[in-house]
Design a protein around this ligand. Sequence first.
Ligand SMILES: *[C@@H]1O[C@H](CO)[C@@H](O)[C@H](O)[C@H]1NC(C)=O
Ligand SMILES: [Mn+2]
Length: 637
Amino acid sequence: MLQRNFPKVLCIGLTLVVAVNILLAFYPKGTFQNLVLGGLRKKLSLPLLESDGARIKSVSPLEMNLQPLEESMTLAKKEQENVDNILKKRVEAKANKTKKLKPYVKFFPDSELFKQWGEDLSEAEQKKAEDLFQKYGYNVYLSDRLPLNRTILDTRDSRCLQKMYSSQLPSLGVILIFLDEALSIILRAITSIIDRTPSRVLKEIILVDDFSSNGELKEDLDEQIKLYNQKYPGLLRIIRHTERRGLAQARNTGWEAATADVVAILDSHIEVNIGWAEPILARIQEDNTVIVSPVFDNINFDTFALEKYELAVDGFNWKLWCRYDVLPQAWIDLHDVTAPIKSPSIMGILAANRLFLGEIGSLDGGMLVYGGENVELSLRVWLCGGKIEILPCSRVAHLERHHKPYALHLSPVMKRNALRVAEIWMDKYKYMVYAAWNIPLKNSGINYGDISSRKALREKLKCKTFNWYLKNVYPFLKPIHSLVGYGRMKNSLDETICLDQGPESGHSPIMFHCHEFSSQNIYYLLTGEFYVGPLIAERGIDDLCLADPGIGEQPTLEPCSNAAQNGLYIYWNFRQGRAVINRATKRCLEIAKDTSGTYVPVLQVCTTQVLCPGTACSPQVPAKPPVFKFSTFRKPT
Ligand SMILES: *[C@@H]1O[C@H](CO)[C@@H](O)[C@H](O)[C@H]1NC(C)=O
Ligand SMILES: [Mn+2]
């Protein structure tokens, strides 16, 4: 399945986003819809689907850069292929020596693990590798056999190699947090840090275990730490949570234990690349209020080959899912590929002056499990006196899991954390987050925890408003000021089906059995538009507008500004409980059975479904059903 190739939630290494997704533009969404229509929805997990929507949107502004990106991706792939071929030949030569080659049989033909890997494995080995893959979400079998100090491609721009750094850099503490990671993965992260950080600056490596259940992370890991410390006295420490406390708390635990001038808070499924630390330390030495992020490359979950990612900044959509955004023009105009890039947000991995991070409140411990904590920190940094930058010369390779063994359904947690961010930071714009998630503003039924201490912190630090952030840092997000209401649209002829964006992007809405995904989100604006499908509300990208083409019975969906240009009629009169009437054509949106007996949305002369067409409708006279209405009419105020 296509989506499998893509990341689910974690934006670090939104795999292939920058390159391949551009080519696929709207394809994943079509696939999703087809699957829904095929009744296969149960097989898919929610976060996967929802982040798809976000990804499609995030990619659109990058389309203009398609050509150069494609070229450099091809180049990077070729370099990697050469490395891979050499490695493969070595492995083959070794295998030939040690055993007779049997014809290769794939015992797990459907497993993503064996798509590009594992040809030389016996049945027992395949079974073992597949079991480990299911347990961890990446190729532990291979990881256990790769050298801990393996060489990876230096993905820096050549101009980074000419940078000179002070010999008096601040000291660095590296925090590695983990939860049920494979031991060899953690050891490779540690090895890369020790090997690729100047020893004069590397003061400490602090491991934080967020209550793993994995046996090899107990004595075996302790034993390894002891061995490292024999070689590098006092360098490593491990702190173990005695209950699961989530990502944000694990990061805080590490931060509290650190003593170095600068802390780098990393995942433990990474390998830092050559020269990663110097740009970070130099930049923070220059300005201790800047929170920086390295650039990520991707370690493929199956082959462990490194895939170079292009430069991008970190952003998020109204659901607060993180994603990559285009590089700012101001940075491009500098013509210096080594210069720090101002970024609206940060992904999971960051480095900061230890004391400054404390002053602004480190991580919000009220964030559960995972997701949203990066946006919370980003808003706080920008609004309370700091800034965020991506450092192009600092590169970290990040292993994106194929599937997450823990927290299978991240969407509910993400939703809850997003509301928490909205309530603390987004002032009068918080309704945009509720609307994007299709949650009522009042009585949402979602407990986002106690936010009083975070609000007090906001007061204490005299932080700026979200409006300032929108104007000065992230003008890309475009709140809808005239939102009248949102929810699902049903027709009283059959309340089990909802108006749905339908299988073809940008074209035919359908009636489909009601579900929880955003393809059935409907937004009605004071200006008369109906947006159908996931809320976008971003500069330069249109939401989909319900349109009356003026001919035929079929309503269509078109990007709103296109629709207006193409002479489609996109303005409707509507009040809850009344008909949906096109302002120009005076036709009503109704439903009717097609030849196969399925209800479809139709545009027709208003029939029995309305008593009072036009605007001259007396509020005392409700329309006679059947009529379209919001099943739950959610007002943004
Ligand atoms: C990795 O470590 C081994 C054993 O210590 C050593 O022989 C080898 O040269 C190292 N490789 C690299 C690339 O540093
Ligand atoms: Mn990660």
